[in-house]
Design a protein around this ligand. Structure first.
Ligand code: MG
Length: 508
């Protein structure tokens, strides 16, 4: 075990260990792909252009064509990696979607969406683009996916996640369009179950009354009927969270029919009913720049930021470690000669460090090992949330990583209508290829300066700003590789950037 982990550790590459993605489906390479590899549909590239974009030496920066427009005149630019993978494993999608109320549906979300498998969204039958909002709501959608160990999961997510969001929201249309007090069914129960539960409560209250509880025996106490008021915003957050889980489940189920390689992070923005919802699962990042001020709109999910969740899971379910790893963290690898000696350690329930006496179990490889971008879960993967990765195992073992990975995003909400925005106020979304080499402050300064020098009426200004950011992160190819300002190393990763103007909110 130690040898194979050592050899794997010596071979860090990207967000995942090279060669560590085994597949249970022996003939998976013979299965058809779910969707062919390509670049984002909204770029409108020909096959020749897609091939030209995959030049790892020239690394051309792709931007929106003049003839193409994204919602809100959003800017977009991307560049392929410097050779770490054949394909650009970042993917993107952006569109306006119409969420139509499900015919005949009560204002009731599905009781348990994970049981609905007969109607997996496949991108068909969903009404897209503007439509009269008499029986539905319109939403704008932007997404970035950063794939690892293949582009398969990222491509699938870029085609389908938006339809899972639409499906989750369909059951909420009536509620969201009506500001009346939420009915009990908004708590996730179906009407029949809610009625049955109310009957149970009524009966329990009556019995308590009959047993001498203060209050009239025949009048149930109102406290049994109190109900949390759930803001509409929370329903939308829940719908997005469920959509991510459904997408992950669909990938899991469809891998018996299709070849869906690897996994991916997902950063999604949904604008609906005056608010922006930023959902992040992985290590991409979103920031708002408003009047020069930086407002972080996401957190990264890595082995370091999620250490306690991962350690706790391993503590509760030690079989997931395959008797090869320890859930405890030590400042360095423990050596056999240190048995019986004292060393600093950290458990799942600690933020600080304490001493313990080293035992045999502590000689196992740590669940989380490495620092910063090199931190890995079980010496394998450097992101802890995302989609896919169902077949990912520790190198040369039967230990699955997936139980430690979460598909659930963190969702942050920004009330667009609460502020008056200027033409230079923007929401920036980018994969880690940008943020690995540029600080938030550098990005904010670059965008602010760039936009200040653009014609405010030029609708192409946000695409040019995105292009400028990708250029700053990629740099130029010199004798010693890609270099950016101050002769720092440029990003050799795939880089994808949206610049979304928020002034659109003033017109809503
Ligand atoms: Mg990346």
């Amino acid at each position: 075990m130690l040898t194979r982990v050592k050899s794997a550790v010596a071979n860090f590459m990207g967000g995942i260990m090279a060669g560590s993605s085994g597949s249970d489906h022996a003939n998976s390479s013979e299965l058809p792909v779910r969707f062919p590899y390509g670049r984002p549909e909204f770029l409108g590239l020909s096959q020749d252009e897609v091939e030209c974009s995959a030049d790892h030496i020239a690394r051309p920066i792709l931007i929106l064509k003049e003839t193409k427009r994204l919602p809100w005149t959003t800017g977009y630019a991307e560049v392929i990696n410097a050779g770490k993978s054949t394909h650009n494993e970042d993917q993107a999608s952006c569109e306006v979607l119409f969420v139509k109320k499900k015919p005949g549906i009560l204002a009731t979300p599905s009781k348990n969406s994970t049981k609905r498998r007969s109607s997996l969204p496949n991108g068909e039958g969903i009404q897209v683009k503007e439509s009269p909002e008499t029986d539905g709501i319109t939403l704008s959608y932007w997404a970035l996916f950063d794939g690892h160990a293949g582009a398969g999961a990222a491509v699938v997510a870029s085609k389908l996640l938006q339809h899972h969001i639409v499906e989750e929201l369909q059951g909420l249309v009536e509620i969201l369009r009506n500001s009346a007090v939420l009915p009990p069914t908004c708590l996730g129960e179906d009407p029949e179950a809610a009625t049955a539960n109310n009957r149970t409560l009524t009966r329990a209250a009556s019995l308590r009354g009959a047993a001498g509880t203060p209050g009239s025996p025949s009048t149930p106490q109102t406290r049994f009927f109190t109900e949390k008021k759930i803001p509409h915003e929370c329903l939308i957050v829940g719908a997005i969270e469920n959509a991510f889980k459904e997408m992950d489940l669909q990938i899991e189920q469809e891998r018996s029919m299709y070849s869906i390689s690897g996994g991916c992070t997902a950063l999604v923005v949904v604008y609906v009913l005056g608010k922006i919802y930023v959902a992040n699962a992985g290590d991409s990042r979103a920031i708002i720049i408003r009047n020069g001020e930086i407002i972080p709109m996401s957190s990264e999910f890595t082995p370091e930021t999620e250490r306690q969740r991962l350690q706790h899971l391993a503590f509760m379910q030690p079989h997931l470690l395959g008797n090869e790893f320890t859930h405890l963290e030590f400042p360095r690898r423990v050596q056999r000669k240190e048995l019986g000696k004292r060393m600093l350690f950290r458990d799942f329930n600690m933020t600080g460090w304490a001493y313990k006496t080293i035992e045999d179990d502590d000689l196992k490889f740590p669940l989380i090992y490495g620092e910063g971008k090199k931190a890995r879960v079980m010496a394998t993967i450097g992101v802890t949330r995302g989609l896919g990765d169902h077949d990912l195992k520790v190198h040369d073992s039967n230990i699955y990583i997936k139980p430690f990975l979460s598909a659930v995003p963190e969702v942050k909400v920004y009330n667009l209508l609460q502020y008056e925005h200027g033409a230079d106020d923007v929401l920036i979304l980018a994969t880690d290829g940008l943020w690995d080499v540029l600080l938030n402050e550098e990005v904010a300064e670059a965008v602010t300066n760039f936009l200040a020098n653009c014609d405010p009426d030029d609708s192409n200004r946000y695409t040019l700003a995105a292009q400028d950011l990708v250029m700053r992160a990629r740099g130029v190819l010199k004798d010693r590789g890609w270099r950016i300002s101050n002769d720092r190393l440029g990003s050799g990763d795939d880089i994808s950037v949206y610049v979304i103007p928020l002034i659109h909110g003033n017109k809503l």
